[in-house]
Design a binder for this molecule. Sequence first.
Ligand SMILES: Cc1cc2nc3c(=O)[nH]c(=O)nc-3n(C[C@H](O)[C@H](O)[C@H](O)COP(=O)(O)O)c2cc1C
Length: 181
Amino acid sequence: MTVLIAFATIEGQTEKIARFISWVAKNAGFNAKLINTDEMSSHVSLDDVVKVVLLAPVHERRHPESFEAFVASNRDALMKRKSLVLSVGLKAAFASGREEARDYLNEMLMRTGFEPDATALVSGAVKPENYGYFEGEILKHVVLLGQKIDPRDGAQEFTNWDELTSIVIDFLGGTGRANQL
Ligand SMILES: Cc1cc2nc3c(=O)[nH]c(=O)nc-3n(C[C@H](O)[C@H](O)[C@H](O)COP(=O)(O)O)c2cc1C
């Protein structure tokens, strides 16, 4: 049984999360097929795939174009499998930002027409070494507005690996805790 894990990433955190999910899936007895939507043609063979995990980061309120294009162009085949969509961002890391984080995810699902079986918000990371002046300002004054976190203080990871593990295990096992988070 194969799980497809399709991701996009800009600064690497979502790729790290995707690789972790692949490891969890393999430990749970699945084969894992990991693809980066930036590095593939639009159609992918899903012949041996029983479940799909789709994940992408939020940058300026949107998930990457390549990810949305992948989901939209493979929508019918993807929707024939059990699916989990994860949206990775920093608004998701704070109670005050989760409603907005949920909006990004819902808007992406509306644009792509994709209806997953489960969804979850996943906290991402601050990686100042990757930011130019513009990105640093957006992070500080928009994304992290109201939080006591300054990107100039260095890298910080907010991803909760234990919570992520239980979301993935529940999805692979079919108990569906993901939607409730
Ligand atoms: C320029 C920029 C804009 C961002 N915009 C948002 C945003 O609108 N909402 C949000 O929740 N997170 C935002 N983030 C945070 C990213 O989603 C977070 O850093 C995530 O871990 C990035 O994943 P990646 O490393 O896979 O690209 C932004 C980050 C940067 C650098």
